[in-house]
Design a protein around this ligand. Structure first.
Ligand SMILES: Cc1cc2nc3c(=O)[nH]c(=O)nc-3n(C[C@H](O)[C@H](O)[C@H](O)COP(=O)(O)OP(=O)(O)OC[C@H]3O[C@@H](n4cnc5c(N)ncnc54)[C@H](O)[C@@H]3O)c2cc1C
Length: 375
């Protein structure tokens, strides 16, 4: 320390010391980043695991509602991955969170989970994230899930059953073969618990079940079955229907198309797409951004979405450059733009959900024309 620093007297020092500590009720983020550990891993099917994570005793509860998700970071895997809560929160043991995880060939996190006994291994869990949830109406629930998309849908229907909602529910589930069906007990429990004055129907549809097997249920693609056997036959009308899709993006895209074509307004269709690392990162269109900070409040990792300034390209060079702004280290003028670093983005899409101004999307142009350029 120099003599100047030693003798320096900060005129605000006295004032700052007298300030009360920050109010713990004021939240500067909506995401808790908790430490926890693997409580158990069990097989649901030949390629899907049930993981239970227990948060450490001294952390704030993660919270969350049925339909939301968290990101999980495990040792040796650089980036976290997103997973939907697979139980209604009120059905969980305190501090525990259940997930259904499909084993992806060559997948880093799912591979880690499947490799040896992971009980007791540390897990960083961040959440709750996302806006997929039970809507408050009394409309018929049309749920369509595929593969591990069972997770968010079972959480939502468990929650609806616990609330005793007076709604009919049709739950279509797409799988390849009988070997891929799971959650029999959980679905039976929902069925038993469902409001007795209303209908609950579970419709598993198999796309690759051998012709000569004992399966006498529906076959084909789940969204085709919904269209051909329910919508076209008039078994299910679309007046007063809310649709919930969860699972692989192609299934959701096809299902949304089917329902839109028969006239279900898109505002009555909710979905949670299980994108992965192969999906493009979202882009911020700073011409639409109003700097409300909603996206910054749901960051599951520190460096995915950053405040930046001085964007520039050099001549014909198509690359561009920017300086990162460290909040609280600026002149105080709020002149910066938001930028998603695709190398740090974990493809959780929480910022897309959080933005109230449609300023973040995977469809926006990646080039810096959406950024405020510094000439
Ligand atoms: C909101 C949300 C909720 C989700 N919920 C669930 C859930 O409940 N259950 C579930 O099983 N999954 C869920 N997912 C998917 C999950 O987050 C992971 O993507 C999935 O488990 C694969 O992770 P992994 O580490 O095993 O595979 P990864 O190692 O991430 O690989 C996944 C795929 O991406 C490819 N890939 C990897 N890196 C790159 C790259 N740099 N460029 C191009 N391609 C690449 C791989 O070849 C592979 O095909 C959810 C995703 C989202 C966004």
């Amino acid at each position: 320390m120099t003599a100047l620093q030693e003798n320096f007297h900060d005129p605000f020092d006295h004032y700052i010391r007298k300030l009360p500590s920050p109010d713990p009720e004021i939240k500067r983020k909506r995401v808790n980043i908790n430490q926890g550990s693997v409580s158990s891993v069990t097989n649901l099917t030949h390629d899907t695991l049930k993981l239970v994570v227990k948060c450490d005793a001294d952390v704030q509860p993660l919270g969350g509602i049925a339909g939301q998700y968290a990101t999980l970071k495990v040792p040796g895997v650089r980036k976290p991955r997103s997973y939907s809560f697979a139980k209604a929160p009120e059905n969980e043991n305190p501090g525990e969170h259940t997930f259904f995880i499909r084993l992806v060939p060559g997948g880093e996190l799912s591979g880690w989970l499947a490799h040896g006994d992971r009980t007791g291994e540390p897990v960083e869990i961040s959440g709750p994230l996302g806006t997929f949830q039970l809507d408050p109406s009394n409309d018929t629930m049309l749920c369509i899930a595929g593969g591990s998309g069972m997770s968010a849908v079972i959480a939502i229907i468990e929650h609806a059953a616990n609330l005793g909602v007076a709604r009919d529910c049709y739950f279509f589930y797409g799988a390849r073969t009988q070997k891929d069906l799971y959650c029999h007990e959980e679905i039976k429990a929902v069925q038993d618990n469902w409001n007795h004055g209303n209908k609950f129907e579970f419709i598993p549809v198999l796309s690759e079940e051998p012709e000569d097997s004992d399966w006498d249920g529906p076959r084909g693609f789940v969204t085709e079955h919904l269209k051909n056997e329910y919508l076209d036959q008039g078994k299910l009308g679309l007046d007063g229907v809310k649709a919930y899709f969860c699972g692989p993006p192609p299934m959701i895209d096809h299902g949304v198309k089917v329902l839109s074509e028969v006239g279900l307004d898109e505002k009555n269709i909710y979905f949670d797409k299980f994108e992965d690392a192969s999906s493009p990162a979202p882009v911020v269109d700073n011409t639409k951004c109003v700097l409300c900070d909603e996206c910054l409040l749901v960051k599951p990792v520190p460096n995915c979405l950053v405040e930046a300034t001085n964007f520039r390209t050099d001549g014909d060079d198509s690359r561009f450059y920017f300086e990162r702004v460290r909040p609280a280290h600026t002149s105080g003028l709020y002149y910066n733009s938001l930028y998603i670093d695709e190398n740090e983005c974990v493809r959780c899409f929480a910022c897309v959900d959080a933005c109230p101004h449609d300023a973040i999307s995977v469809t926006y142009d990646k080039t810096p024309k959406t950024l405020r350029m510094y000439k």
